[in-house]
Design a protein around this ligand. Structure first.
Ligand code: SF4
Length: 304
């Protein structure tokens, strides 16, 4: 755990030839897709689509330097963000629903995706920030091999919804330097109602344990830029439905009190949220203050 001997971490796998092997191994999974907890087992190479609606090729919705992410990612030159279309969650309050559910994206080959990574590096971004990457892991790994051959040396940010298979993450050990998962809910019924994923809480807990085992707490360089570790996001929701107290306690007790915990206040009702009374408004000041206190009471000492 902690600082890898080589940085970014994937260089070691690349030099040993294991990155290309991993890309091939993951690509083979597309013919009976089991990349995430949905375990759809569809043949994506043969044109079938599962819950996420991702096919054989990566769907890139947009890319570019992004200045709205957490400070350790943005620095002065921005985070090199690549937004993928489709998602393995079905959140009815999704703020990017045109991308995640509407599939607004361009099919991209590994060569094209690697060019995007290199372009983001050439304009000075501090990292390659893969947004909603889970369902396109094989394509990302194939592109990464080409990008490293072309000179990529930026760390990868795995920016996901937290609905991951710990076993898949384990196989990827050594690829990602910075994990940035959400931890959306503590309660299974809430996760089922609002994201169609009753197993979300336990999947997110297992994923977080594995991510922390690999990269540990967030480490930054002298300029405050993220080098390695976890940035955890938790969106505070109305009426306490996200289970902020329980999430904070779990993180403090079972992951680390030094976890960089980004408590977010920007929930607003969008997509289908207004159809659900609990979700039809923003949070109020009392709910926000309570969430802050819950994080502090849990013992977390590093949160925004
Ligand atoms: S990545 Fe997509 S197709 Fe594969 S198991 Fe997950 S939701 Fe299903």
């Amino acid at each position: 755990m902690g600082e890898a001997e080589t940085w970014p971490a994937y260089l070691e796998l690349f030099e040993e030839g294991r990155l290309a092997e991993l890309a091939d191994k993951f690509t083979a999974r597309l013919s009976e897709c089991d990349l995430c907890p949905r375990l759809c087992k569809v043949n994506r190479i043969g044109g079938e689509l599962g819950f996420c609606r991702g096919g054989e090729r990566a769907l890139v919705a947009s890319y570019g330097p992004h200045y709205g992410e957490e400070r350790p990612l943005v620095g002065v030159r921005g985070s090199g963000t690549i937004f993928f279309a489709g998602c393995n969650l079905g959140c009815i309050f999704c703020q990017n629903y045109d991308i995640s559910h509407g599939l607004a994206g361009k099919e991209s080959s590994p060569e094209e995706l690697s060019e995007i990574m290199l372009q983001l590096q050439s304009i000075g971004c501090h990292n390659i920030n893969l947004v909603t990457p889970t369902h396109f892991l094989p394509q990302i790994l194939s592109a990464l091999v080409l990008a490293v051959e072309g000179g990529l040396r930026l760390p990868l940010v795995y920016n996901c919804g937290g609905y991951e298979l710990a076993g898949i993450l384990r196989e990827m050990d050594g690829v990602v330097d910075i994990y940035m998962p959400d931890f959306k809910y503590w309660d299974e019924e809430v996760a089922e109602s609002y994201s169609q994923a009753p197993d979300y809480p336990r999947r997110a807990r297992d994923a977080l344990r594995e991510m922390h085992r690999q990269v540990g707490d967030l480490q930054v360089d002298d300029g405050g830029i993220a080098r390695r570790g976890i940035i955890l996001r938790h969106l505070v929701m109305p009426e306490g439905i996200a289970g902020t107290a329980e999430v904070a306690e779990f993180v403090a007790e079972e992951i680390s009190k030094g976890t960089y915990f980004n408590l977010m206040d920007q929930y607003y009702p969008t997509y289908k949220a207004s159809q659900y009374s609990q979700l039809s408004r923003r949070i109020n000041r009392d709910e926000w203050n309570e969430a802050l206190q819950e994080a502090r009471r849990a013992g977390l000492r590093r949160f925004d």
